[in-house]
Design a protein. Structure first.
Length: 114
């Protein structure tokens, strides 16, 4: 089975953190009025970052088979508390990165209190 490979970019704007969980998901977002379906997921626990220089966290996960007519993207969620839900202080991808790319680079944006 082919693999999806890439990296999640950690930048100083995220600040430092200890023992966070990074989740990379392959999602089918074809249906606009329905929840995205998870086709594959990779969880990287106990991730720490000093908040100084840019750091790239590589990932590789099995590429699920999907119909080429479907819209399939790859997302990332940096979960600082480990709750599994998106909370202030976490970070997410905010761009839809097509899963069909040869190598993915996922940038994270902090989630604010607002």
């Amino acid at each position: 089975m082919p693999e999806l490979q890439g990296e999640v970019v950690l930048t100083p704007v995220l600040g430092s953190f200890q023992d966070a969980t990074l989740r990379v998901r392959v999602l089918d977002v074809t249906e606009a009025d329905a929840p995205a379906g998870t086709l594959a997921e990779l969880t990287l626990p106990a991730l720490s970052y000093d908040g100084n220089a840019e750091r790239r966290v590589p990932f590789s996960l099995p590429s699920p088979a999907w119909d080429a007519r479907r819209t399939v993207i790859v997302t990332a969620h940096l979960d600082r508390s480990g709750s599994g839900t998106v909370e202030a202080g976490d970070a997410l991808t905010t761009r839809a990165e097509p899963a069909s790319q040869e190598h993915l680079t996922l940038a994270l944006t902090p989630v604010s209190d607002g």
